[in-house]
Structure formats: C-alpha cells, structure tokens
Design a binder for this molecule. Structure first.
Ligand code: ADP
Ligand code: TYD
Length: 206
C-alpha cells in the first residue's frame, strides 16, 4: 500500500471548497509533503480547454458527462497517476463524485451510465480521502452572489443544487471509509480545526 495520499474536495458551488484547498495545500507543504494540487474539469492543457467548453457552452447532458470524463482521463494519465507513482501527494478540486452529483443528481443522468464511465476511466483508482463541504443551498447561494460572476452550473436553480447536494450526501453514506462530511456552515477557523485533525491522522499513517 502506498503512503502518499490522493485527496479530493467536493461540495456544491459556494460551499467553501476553494478556501479550504488553499489552507490544506499550505498545511501539507509546511510539513514537507511533496504536493501536486490540481482541479477538474481541467488540470492539463487539454483539460483546461475542455473546461472552458463545458462551463460555458450549452450541450447535451451526455456530451457534458463525456467531456467531464475525457478531461478526467487526461488528468489521470498526465498528472494524478505519475504524481502518485513517484510518491507525491495529490489534491484535486473535484473528481468523479462531482460527475455523480452534478450530471447524475443535478441533471438526472442515469447513474448506471456514470458507473460505466467510472469503470472505464479509472477502474482501480479512488481517492484515499474525500472532504465533502456541506452547506444548505441558501448559504451557498449567498456566498456565491457576494463574490463572483457565475458560470453555467452556478446559474442553475435551487432544485438543481438540492439534487446535487443530495447525491453528494448519498455517495458519502455509500463510501464512508473515504468520505468526511464537513459542516461548512461554521466559521472558516472552526472548519480549519476539523481539517487539521483529519490531516494529522493521515500524516501519522506515513
Ligand atoms: N465557512 C465560511 N464562512 C463564511 N464565508 C465563507 C466560508 N467559506 C467560504 N466562504 C466565502 O464564501 C465564498 C465562496 O467560497 P469558495 O471557497 O470560493 O467556494 P467554492 O470553491 O466551494 O465555490 C468566498 O468569498 C469565501 O471567502
Ligand atoms: C468535475 C466536475 C465538475 N462539474 C461542475 C461543478 C462546478 O459547477 C463546475 C466547476 O467546478 P469548480 O472548479 O468547483 O468551479 P469554481 O472554480 O467556479 O469554484 O463544474 C460537473 O458538473 N461535473 C464534474 O464532473
């Protein structure tokens, strides 16, 4: 078993994922961890081009799912697998749970098709830890509205995010060994204390 870890960050838009990724990166690097930090969709040159398309163009639901997995295939081949193979830790801002939550939950795509794509693209790779930042929709919406111009997904309605959040919570219950559900309604400082505890446990396993 490898000692280096693959950590993914998930949650509906506005939950605070990006804020905590910055904290985690610094925390791990300060402790001497060789860290590769990346994101999906994106993470490679081709993946970033796919990201532009998928976040801004209207398309068939299955095209959207296929592009997410195309970006992921490239990301695993070029970034995640080589980094893990050389012993680095990898953190990714979203991974396959996001496809289940957004394309499956939010848009209602058949989960069996997403299972098939997952089996195709990464039959053996799973995150060691998935931090799921969970907030009610009104909290996430208020945080988004206060900060930025919204992309295609962020402009979706309440029902979409309710279904997205539910699918995330269903996945967290289905895979309790790798998911940690983080109550992201608390202050950033309180959340950092919880994350620190989780990371210290991982670091102690080395
Ligand atoms: N726990 C929190 N309490 C209050 N504001 C927060 C909290 N977490 C994040 N924010 C703020 O909410 C906004 C969205 O956070 P961000 O990390 O970009 O979310 P995400 O990456 O999940 O979409 C930012 O302005 C951020 O500073
Ligand atoms: C990885 C992935 C992301 N997404 C969506 C979720 C987000 O709304 C969007 C981009 O994610 P994200 O990078 O979290 O957006 P931002 O940088 O604006 O916080 O892509 C999917 O719908 N399916 C996927 O498989």
């Amino acid at each position: 078993m490898r000692n280096n870890k693959f950590i993914t960050f998930e949650g509906i838009d506005g939950a605070g994922k990006s804020t905590h990724i910055a904290f985690v990166s610094k925390y791990l690097q300060d402790r001497g961890i060789d860290l590769v930090s990346s994101r999906e969709p994106g993470g490679t040159q081709l993946g970033e081009k796919l990201r532009e398309l998928v976040l801004h163009e209207t398309m068939h639901l299955e095209t959207e799912a296929l592009l997410m997995f195309a970006s992921r295939r490239e990301h695993i081949a070029q970034v995640i697998a080589p980094a893990l193979a050389r012993g680095a830790w990898v953190i990714s801002d979203r991974f396959t749970d996001a496809s289940f939550a957004y394309q499956g939950g939010g848009r209602g795509m058949d989960l069996a098709k997403l299972d098939a794509l997952e089996q195709w693209v990464h039959p053996h790779l799973q995150p060691d830890l998935t931090l799921l930042f969970d907030v009610p929709l009104d909290v996430a919406r208020a945080r988004l509205d206060a900060t930025r111009t919204l992309d295609k997904f962020e402009q979706e309605k309440t029902d979409f995010f309710a279904a997205t959040r539910n699918e995330y919570l269903r996945r967290a219950a289905q895979f309790p060994q790798r998911f940690r559900l983080v109550d992201a309604t608390r202050t950033i400082a309180e959340i950092e204390v919880e994350i620190t505890g989780i990371l210290d446990d991982l670091l102690a396993q080395r």
